[in-house]
Design a protein around this ligand. Structure first.
Ligand code: SF4
Ligand code: SF4
Length: 363
């Protein structure tokens, strides 16, 4: 059976591998029920879905209706007002065929303005707290792609959990967020363990049905030569961090069994894995927060610096060059206007870093 860890101050015992509901919206009801049920049978007890994930809530509701007390159900509202998020909440209960949730999460709060709105008067947090006081939900969490926003959120002490991306090439959460969450006893759930944020879009390593979109030889050197090894190693990397549950999207029984096997067998990284997964963040490096954007010349500064990190820190030199080649605007277009630098909370010398990146990334 899949091992369990404690989800921070909630005290919930969650399987180290959680079921992410996104992909089952692409399956028929029968197939989705089989996939979800197989996950439950193998000891996965953390099911994370969202009102925005197509009909995933409905499918999880049908698949697990008779075992509601035996698993942990987490969903999300992407509405920012009390009134709209209440409608989401009611709809989620109905679709999930339950009268209570374990965890409701504010979904995709990727900037501070949105956080302020959701936490302000008549914001969605008020709805969550009211639902909690009425016994309709036990805990409140927040999800974001931006660790710096989650740091602000958990400092308010209003949230019991965070859900944030973490994978072999997206490690920003390890720097400040996860240690802070640990100090505050906030549960840490991880999303996108198999995804690499390589451009504006998230590029999945594993999507769908064991077919790798990213066939990068350099990534294979890090994670393994076949799909199954890559998936297992990518999950093992995340399990080695101070996190409670790795939520990964699954859409076939084979994928469920692969992920569950890792969650059952994991006993720490081998010496060789520790060496391979080590990344040297030295000196000045971009945390990819995006706060320096927009640039009047339309340079995607965050992406360029991300590719540079991919090359320098992780050794993905060819991959990074190809990604840089794919950008519409390159560093030559920078007029050195200086607008970006004061916006960087880490006080990075962005202009000189872009120049260094260009030298490194040009073919
Ligand atoms: S200094 Fe260059 S990168 Fe920064 S905002 Fe100006 S043009 Fe854009
Ligand atoms: S350069 Fe600074 S502001 Fe821009 S993305 Fe990187 S860390 Fe954030």
């Amino acid at each position: 059976m899949v091992q369990k860890r404690t989800l921070g101050r909630t005290g919930l015992q969650v399987s180290v591998v959680g079921f992410g509901g996104t992909w089952i919206s692409q399956l028929s009801m029968d197939k989705a029920v089989q996939v979800v049920r197989r996950a439950f049978e193998l000891g996965i007890n953390y099911f994370d879905t969202a009102k925005l994930d197509g009909d995933s809530e409905e499918k999880i509701g049908v698949a697990l209706k008779d075992v509601r007390e035996e698993y942990i159900l987490a969903t999300k509202t992407a509405s920012r007002t009390k009134r709209e998020s209440l409608a989401d909440f009611k709809s989620s209960l109905r679709r999930l065929k339950t009268d209570r949730l374990d965890l409701i999460q504010l979904h995709g709060i990727d900037d501070e303005k949105t956080l302020e709105k959701a936490m302000g008067p008549n914001g969605s947090l008020e709805m969550c707290k009211k639902a909690r006081s009425e016994g309709l939900v036990d805990y409140i969490g927040i999800t974001s792609h931006k660790p710096h926003v989650l740091i602000k959120a958990i400092e308010t002490n209003e949230f019991d959990t965070v859900l944030v991306p973490l994978n072999v090439v997206t490690r920003q959460a390890l720097e400040e967020l996860i240690p802070l969450a640990k100090d505050l006893d906030i549960g840490v759930a991880i999303m996108k363990p198999l995804s690499a944020k390589t451009s504006k879009l998230i590029t999945c390593l594993y999507e769908p049905s064991l077919s790798l979109l990213s066939n990068e030889p350099e990534l294979k050197t890090l994670l393994g030569q076949d799909n199954s090894s890559m998936v297992q190693n990518a999950i093992r990397f995340v399990l080695a961090q101070d996190v409670s549950v790795v939520v990964t999207g699954m859409k076939s029984i084979e994928e469920v069994e692969t992920a569950a096997k890792v969650g059952e067998a994991y006993r720490g990284l081998t010496e060789d894995e520790e060496k391979r997964f080590r990344a040297q963040f030295e000196g000045k490096y971009c945390r990819d927060c995006g706060l320096c954007l927009p640039c009047p010349q339309n340079l995607d500064t965050a992406a360029i610096l991300r590719f540079h990190t991919l090359s320098v820190t992780y050794g993905f030199k060819n991959w990074a060059k190809r990604l840089y080649d794919g950008l519409e605007v390159d560093v030559d277009k920078c007029t050195e206007c200086g607008e970006c630098e004061p916006k960087c909370p880490y006080k990075l010398p962005i202009i000189s870093m872009l120049k260094e990146a260009q030298v490194c990334l040009q073919r």
